[in-house]
Design a protein around this ligand. Sequence first.
Ligand SMILES: *[C@@H]1O[C@H](CO)[C@@H](O)[C@H](O)[C@H]1NC(C)=O
Ligand SMILES: *[C@@H]1O[C@H](CO)[C@@H](O)[C@H](O)[C@H]1NC(C)=O
Ligand SMILES: *[C@@H]1O[C@H](CO)[C@@H](O)[C@H](O)[C@H]1NC(C)=O
Ligand SMILES: *[C@@H]1O[C@H](CO)[C@@H](O)[C@H](O)[C@H]1NC(C)=O
Ligand SMILES: *[C@@H]1O[C@H](CO)[C@@H](O)[C@H](O)[C@H]1NC(C)=O
Length: 467
Amino acid sequence: MNLSQRKMLGLFILICSIPSICISLVSSERSDSRLLLTSNDTSKEIHKEEYCAMYDICGERNGKVLNCPTRRPAVKPDELLSSKIQSLCPTLSGNVCCTERQFDTLRSQVQQAIPFVVSCPACLRNFLNIFCELSCSPNQSQFINVTSTAMVSGNLTVDGIDYYVTDAFGEELFNSCKEVKFGSMNTRAISFIGGNAQNFKDWFRFIGRKAEGTEPGSPYAINYRSTAPEASGMKPMNVTTYSCGDTSLGCSCGDCPASPSCSSSAPPTPHKKRSCSIRVGSLKVQCLDFSLAILYIVLVSTFFGWGLFHKKETKSAASRLKPLLNVMDEGVNNSINKQKNDVHPVQMPEEHPPVNKAVQLSVIQGYMCTFYRRYGRWVATNPTLVLCSSLGVVLLLCLGLLRFKVETRPEKASAFVTTYPVVNKVDQAGGGNGKAVAWEKAFIRLVKVSLMLLPDHLFLSMDGVGY
Ligand SMILES: *[C@@H]1O[C@H](CO)[C@@H](O)[C@H](O)[C@H]1NC(C)=O
Ligand SMILES: *[C@@H]1O[C@H](CO)[C@@H](O)[C@H](O)[C@H]1NC(C)=O
Ligand SMILES: *[C@@H]1O[C@H](CO)[C@@H](O)[C@H](O)[C@H]1NC(C)=O
Ligand SMILES: *[C@@H]1O[C@H](CO)[C@@H](O)[C@H](O)[C@H]1NC(C)=O
Ligand SMILES: *[C@@H]1O[C@H](CO)[C@@H](O)[C@H](O)[C@H]1NC(C)=O
């Protein structure tokens, strides 16, 4: 370094203590600036790989944490944090731009959206990737530009950012999620997590808006852009997306009608052909329904026929039975009072010898007989009391209806049924269930992530069906 160069250096250091001037000088003397500016200089934007634009948490507003604007190289996380991050963001295996606290915040935030799209892993993966890259990517400064900052309790915090994301990513993300149904209500998940967006731009606008007060959402404004200014060193985020028709992250046909395996109408057709149907007038009825209807009619007519037949018989026997019952009652009463035998031989008038055998009553029958007779008498003598009290009991039991409310908040729902369709063909040569094993591994990985992300009041249960 000769004398004149040394003088130049001195001059630079002097001027650079006034930051705004420094920027203009630096941009004109790019090569020299490298020598002078260290990572903790806050006056110049750095947009290059392995550099962060935000790091750590510098403040809170309405319970939402705010990041610190920064210009520092990405940090190597410790082993535990790294594995934690990879469980949510598998692509971030090296350095990162987030701390453990930040990551925990990220996880709890995305957790709110998970139940809506968990039925379609491809959509979930793409959706998580936006936030993984935003918060933790080591190349963060390449696609994030902190556009405004705010002082919060004496710390400088991020107040607004530009997030550069390629249109290709946005388009793919939207396509993989647009048809995903939200379990119990059969509405589209995007009406909850995307404000009913019709395209990815609407969706980005929705998730990027700054949440007011305590409502859920982003703590600072995120302005999604697709093309970075030339020569700024910025490069839009373009991580790999997964199509919802991707077999490794399969979504059901309901969630992904565009999937090639769903568009072919082959599977439903043989099913239709096999099921038989019968034409009744202008109505087409399934065989099963038809036979059930016939069975029902037969059963009902048997029942009524038997009833009718029996009634006739009892009518003819009624005249004979009436005095018998009276006598029988007394007989039972007497025998219970007198002697507690296992069998009460009931005194029958001699003129009805055939019924004699049938009315041999056991102790239990005797008790029931007395009880129901007394009960019947009591009911018959107090009809008003009985009617009113039964009405009263029913009304009392209905009191709960006063607090009856239809749950319209889906996040309070307690169960989601999720179907992951997989076709595993066992190889003819034997042992060829590699596909199944691979899928199982992928599924278990997904379950681990989901488990970690499930809100406390949800639990996961797994079930499998073999074909
Ligand atoms: C930049 O930060 C590092 C470590 O944080 C420190 O050692 C160094 O002195 C700082 N440099 C300047 C110019 O502030
Ligand atoms: C301000 O930042 C420092 C260091 O980043 C942090 O320790 C402190 O808690 C922050 N203050 C507030 C109010 O968050
Ligand atoms: C960061 O950028 C470099 C260069 O473009 C790339 O090789 C690397 O995979 C990126 N890292 C991540 C985590 O995206
Ligand atoms: C980043 O944001 C700042 C402040 O809004 C702006 O001056 C600068 O031009 C932006 N840089 C890029 C590369 O967009
Ligand atoms: C983003 O990635 C997709 C596929 O990975 C590629 O087709 C597209 O050209 C990329 N876009 C940019 C701007 O790099």
